[in-house]
Design a protein around this ligand. Structure first.
Ligand code: HAM
Length: 415
């Protein structure tokens, strides 16, 4: 028997209403901010990610699903920011639209070691605003993330922010870190010893206890930020305070991807255990230029949908999607039943019946399981009299109505 690939999930019908609800809330919320949906392909040239995320990024080094095709190597997208910037440049969105706000919902792929909240195929709900350096945009983006979480009814989350500054500030930050870690090298884990050479910033989010302790002792203040970046970050903080958004400043928050510059943020939820980041984002002011486009500011974030699902205390169950359930007894009733279902659906009433030849009792149980509010019963008797028996599942009341009056009566009943 075939099994699903490790780290992937079947999203089953009983969960799907919650997924659709999250998607609907996202679409509505994004449109309040004038974001438009974009759907780039799931495969890209692998080099796009090497260039954007950086050769030393963990995702590029270890986690890409690669597909070799003749002289080219494709990758299943591990994230969407690089694809969207590629699409922005390739489709000349800068010339036709200038500043754009784009959102996306879809699967991402990372060859990680699966565990709770960490999958190999997972989903992002994310957005990218491309074409502005304005600090108020950072405030809008962080408040959008905050509003989305409220609208999802997720509680107990924390927003942490930091600024990496511009390219030369980032270099300064690396130097400060290297200087303060140089004497403690032998106490770092083997991976961090390697990171010290090729990607020292990654040491800041190592989960190893010894590394965490060493990192907590390093003194990183905002001194590596140039005047412009310091002022930009100050404006972001002032704006967030002005909107009453709760956040914490964390000078150790650096994010693992090369493209980040300036403001970065991460949102964690306290009930999730080891994988507690439900979303993250930041500015990437040099990525469009790096990928061959103009030098323009950009910022975005992405939520991990599976982690949002874990953080949802009470799943938003959607009751009674099929408010009407039809039970037919005998062959002539089955044919009449098809006509009734057809009429109901044409009139916008969601309904269903069973095709499993269940007894009346079994069919009633099924109607109950589906959360039907009304059950219609047709047997030989009803066919003869031209009626339909209507049972209200809430009150248990039962009555007969004339077939031609059914639609009108039902529509008023279930409104
Ligand atoms: P990221 O932090 O790599 O950022 O991913 C964003 C979120 O996706 C994480 O906070 C987490 O909730 C979820 N996630 C990541 N990996 C997994 C996994 N293996 N299984 C389940 N969930 C996962 C980005 O991808 C950036 N593109 C975000 C961004 C957009 N920055 C600017 N714009």
């Amino acid at each position: 028997m075939f099994k699903r690939v490790s780290g992937t999930k079947d999203i089953l019908p009983e969960e799907i209403s919650v997924w659709q609800r999250l998607e609907e809330i996202s679409r509505n919320t994004f449109s309040l901010y004038n974001f438009k949906e974009i759907r780039p392909p799931l495969i890209e040239e692998a080099a796009l990610f090497n260039r954007s995320l950086g050769e030393t990024a963990e995702i590029v080094q270890k986690q890409m699903f690669l597909i070799d095709n003749k002289d080219e190597t494709y990758a299943l997208r591990p994230e969407a920011t690089a694809s969207i910037v590629r699409a922005y440049i390739e489709n000349n969105l800068d010339k036709t639209n200038g500043f754009v706000k784009l959102y996306y919902i879809g699967p991402m792929f990372r060859l990680e070691r699966p565990q709770k909240g960490r999958l190999r195929q997972f989903h992002h709900i994310g957005c990218e605003a491309i074409g502005s350096q304005d600090a108020n945009l950072d405030v809008e983006i962080i408040s959008l993330a905050d509003n989305l979480l409220r609208n999802f009814s997720i509680e107990n989350y924390k927003i942490r922010i930091n600024s990496l500054g511009c390219e030369s500030d980032k270099k300064k930050l690396v130097e400060i870190l290297k200087t303060s870690l140089a004497e403690k090298l032998e106490n770092l884990c083997p991976e961090c010893t390697a990171r010290f050479k090729n990607n020292p910033l990654r040491i800041l989010d190592c989960k190893n206890d010894a590394c965490k302790r060493i990192v907590s002792e390093t003194n990183i203040s905002e001194n590596y930020l140039c005047q412009g970046c310091k002022e930009h970050f100050q404006k972001v903080k002032t704006g967030l305070d002005f909107l009453g958004i709760n956040y914490e400043i964390n000078p150790h928050l650096v994010r693992g991807l090369d493209y980040y510059t300036g403001t970065v943020f991460e949102i964690s939820q306290k009930d999730l255990g080891a994988q507690d980041a439900i979303g993250a984002g930041g500015r990437y002011n040099n990525l469009t230029r790096e990928l061959g486009g103009p030098q323009i500011g950009a910022i975005g974030f992405a939520f991990g949908v599976e982690r949002l699902m874990l953080a949802l205390k009470e799943n938003i169950r959607i009751q009674g999607e099929n408010p009407v359930y039809l039970i037919t007894l005998g062959e002539p009733a089955k044919l009449e039943g098809l006509r009734i279902l057809n009429e109901l659906r044409k009139n916008g009433v969601a309904c269903d019946t069973n095709y499993e030849d269940k007894s009346l009792k079994g069919a009633m149980r099924k109607a109950n399981d589906l959360g039907a509010r009304m059950v219609l019963i047709i047997g030989d008797n009803e066919i003869e009299k031209g009626t339909i028996t209507l049972k209200d599942m809430g009150s248990g009341e039962q009555r007969e109505v004339k077939a031609e009056k059914l639609i009108n009566e039902l529509i008023t009943e279930i409104k």
